[in-house]
Design a protein around this ligand. Structure first.
Ligand code: AMP
Length: 448
């Protein structure tokens, strides 16, 4: 498809640095101590990523750091290693706080801290919404070394959990600061900054330097050193990108065809709504494919469960809304399918960024229908490339039509059953509320 615009630089920032012009240096050369170098080896991190090469020496020298980098660049290691090294030098409970915008990211960061810190016995606690406050209070009472938290829930604990304070904190990390602020956590962050010591080290990581981030930086960092690896608007070289131009009514059958053709890979399929995510998942399941949905209307436990099933390779197809397009660390996605075209072109970059990570190859296929041409051209303009058409055999695709139609029919029935069940549940809840209201009034009357 025709695209306008200049072509973009194509240097990549893969975590293992295979594609870009990074010298192969070692963690030890950056000043990382042996025990942590061994932990990196265990994780098969052979050489430091670009952001790690830039940020670790600066942090180890005792500076505050502003890192402009996205998930996928290895930024968690860039802040976790200096913190763990400092913790080893002067062990202390409630040593570091990592603020991050989403629950999923919090768990991912915690996993990396624990993996890097197993041999030194680091204890982490994840403090996020959607999980029982009481259980978290007990965890905090054990005084972990590192707390990874979303701002809202942490403030809740600071205000309501007896005996919990961060007055001795030594390190603060604000991860994905632009997203934290975009999610209106500004007040919570301010509250947190007020109750932690001024004498501390602060690392601020953000994908973009927005006005709000710059303000936060002035308020919270001291003489920071800026390190930057921009992955913005760039897609990596090992990513093969294609589009497929089809009438909207054939989207499902083409999807099934591609999944069959590329069977054996792990897939992430992006849809634009929660309902479509559910529908596609049910349809694929009716065809015997192992698909799990992930969207914002699922409970936190279900979202984590779905993600874990996919991560542990029990399921090979994850169908998600853009909730999952940023920030999630899913290392083994081979193919990203944009089943519904993203309405913001920048989301295209985030979505396809789920594959071709850590120097591996990956494929991205974008479905373009008669209604999506303009949006698609915007994407091509943004990435500065015209993508090749993904080749399909139409006759072979159409052979699947009957089975797919049947699966669609069942999915439709299951969807309406699900929504009826939800409606019934809601009605029952309302009835219970009403009758408990009546009961209360009745009790009141009897009292007087
Ligand atoms: P992050 O950007 O911190 O979310 O990291 C993205 C992924 O890259 C995670 O799965 C890390 O385990 C992995 N990773 C981080 N640093 C390295 C490295 N130096 N070499 C290879 N993989 C890495």
């Amino acid at each position: 498809m025709a695209a306008t615009g200049d072509s973009m630089a194509s240097t990549s920032t893969n975590v293992d640095g295979t594609d870009n012009k990074i010298e192969k240096i070692t963690f030890s050369q950056l000043g990382v101590i042996d025990v942590l170098c061994e932990a990196c080896q265990q994780l098969k991190w052979k050489t430091p990523s670009k952001i790690q090469q830039e940020a670790i020496p600066v942090a180890l020298a005792g500076n505050d750091v502003i890192g402009l980098a996205e998930t996928g660049s290895g930024k968690t290691g860039a802040f976790a290693l200096p913190i763990l090294q400092a913790l080893l030098a002067s062990p202390q409970r409630l040593f570091a706080l990592i603020l991050t915008p989403t629950r999923e990211l919090a768990f991912q960061i915690s996993e990396q801290f624990e993996a890097l810190g197993t041999t030194i016995g680091v204890k982490c606690a994840v403090v996020v919404g959607g999980i029982d406050m009481m259980t978290q209070s007990l965890m905090l009472a054990k005084k972990p070394h590192v707390i990874i938290a979303t701002p809202g829930r942490l403030v809740d604990h600071l205000e309501n959990t007896k005996g919990f304070s961060l007055r001795s904190l030594k390190y603060l990390v604000m991860d994905e600061a632009d997203r934290i602020l975009n999610m209106d956590f500004e007040q919570e962050v301010d509250k947190i900054l007020k109750v932690i010591p001024r004498e501390r080290k602060t690392y601020l990581y953000s994908a973009t330097m927005t006005k709000k981030v710059a303000k936060l930086q002035r308020a919270s960092l001291q003489n920071p050193v800026k390190v930057e690896v921009s992955t913005k608007y760039q897609t990596v070289e090992k990513l093969q990108q294609h589009y497929i131009f089809i009438p909207v009514k054939f989207k499902d059958v083409y999807l099934v065809y591609i999944l069959n053709e590329l069977a054996g890979n792990s897939f992430m399929i992006f849809c634009s709504t929660c309902v479509n995510t559910m529908r596609v998942a049910l349809m694929l399941r009716n065809l015997g494919l192992t698909a799990v949905p992930l969207h914002g209307q699922m409970s936190q436990a279900k979202r984590l469960g779905a993600l874990n099933k996919f991560k542990s390779k029990n399921r090979s197809i994850l169908i998600a809304t853009d909730v999952a397009s940023r920030g999630l660390d899913i290392p083994h996605v081979d193919v990203v399918i944009n089943f519904d075209i993203p309405s913001h072109s920048k989301d295209y970059i985030h979505r396809v960024g789920r594959t071709a990570r850590a120097g591996r190859a990956g494929k991205a296929i974008t479905f373009v229908t008669q209604y999506d041409v303009e949006l698609y051209q915007r994407i091509e303009h943004l990435i500065g490339k015209q993508l090749p058409l993904y080749n399909t055999e139409e006759q072979e695709v159409m052979l699947l039509m009957e089975r797919v139609t049947e699966a669609q029919r069942y999915a439709k029935m299951e969807m309406s059953e699900l929504s009826n069940r939800k409606k019934r549940q809601k009605d029952e809840d309302e009835d219970t509320e009403e009758s408990s209201g009546v009961r209360k009034k009745f009790k009141k009357k009897r009292k007087y």
